[in-house]
Design a protein around this ligand. Structure first.
Ligand code: SF4
Length: 148
């Protein structure tokens, strides 16, 4: 990986009023899915929402981000922790990777404790297909609690 990696972030539109606090904090601290950048600087070159179900902006946002130099596009943790999680995560990832030959990472900031507790209660992530989707942002208990 280069000494500086340019990234874009796509958030779930249900959190469209989010100011990005958790994502930006995690990006600065290299926590959650941003831990892959421990040895490199990160530059954010795009931040937008999917524009609501079923994610029409994925088609356009990816192009703009890549034109701006994005090497990695993160699908924000909100897609994973929402009630219910986004049903299109794998489609978005496959589409962006094929269309733009860009790396797509599922997740941004660590999963907050309150969301993990609720999804454990709901059994949301019991199916093993969720394992690779939640792994990058699972983190340790103390870190999760700090993102509540
Ligand atoms: S659930 Fe998925 S498609 Fe719907 S608003 Fe959220 S990210 Fe977009």
């Amino acid at each position: 990986m280069n000494s500086k990696t340019k990234i874009g972030i796509v958030i779930c539109d249900r959190y469209r009023r989010c100011a990005g606090g958790k994502c930006f904090r995690a990006m600065k601290n290299k926590e959650g899915a941003f831990s892959i950048y421990r040895d490199t600087e990160v530059e954010l070159v795009g931040f937008t929402t999917c524009d609501g179900c079923p994610g029409g902006n994925i088609e356009y946002a990816g192009e703009e981000m890549v034109k701006n130099g994005a090497e990695v596009i993160h699908l924000a943790t909100g897609l994973v922790v929402g009630y219910p999680p986004c049903p299109y995560i794998n489609t978005f990832k496959a589409f962006l990777e094929k269309r733009h030959e860009v790396k797509v990472v599922v997740g941004t900031h660590p999963i907050p404790k309150k969301y993990l507790d609720m999804h454990n209660h709901l059994g949301t992530w019991e199916n093993s297909v969720w394992n690779p989707l939640i792994a990058p942002t699972m983190n340790d208990e103390v870190t999760r609690a700090s993102y509540d």
